[in-house]
Design a protein. Sequence first.
Length: 166
Amino acid sequence: MDIPTDAPRDLAIIARQEALLQFETFDNTVAWNLGNALKAHCESQSLAVTIEIRLARDTVFFYAMPGTSPNNTDWARRKRNTTELQQRSSYAVGLALQDGETLQTQSGLPLRDYAHHGGSFPVRVRGVGYLGTVTISGLPQRDDHRVVVQVLADMLGVSIEGLVLP
């Protein structure tokens, strides 16, 4: 895992991201719009990713872009499982692990089903809380995380200033 030199700083930024990037409402239509926004953003950057959005553990949007493989789908599943269990960004989960620690050594979670790599982000609704996940896979984990945050900020009209991981 490519751990940045300043994990505490990054964890603080991700905590702000998770606090600010919340929806007023979230349903299948919003999920569809978010999925299409992610697809359009990635296409405009010539990025190939698999996109999965879940609402109450039901997959409500899925798209594997040309250039992806079943491996990306499996990584998305594993990262999403981590976010669903911990209700926080899969990247934050990984950054919070101590040297050499994994989800398996920390919590007994099988690495075949859980991944502590960036790309899955919790979907929250103000005044309600956690409702689901938005996940992409296909880029280096920090970039997967950045893309999700950028598209969420754009969709929610939230300034990205102060929310970008260096």
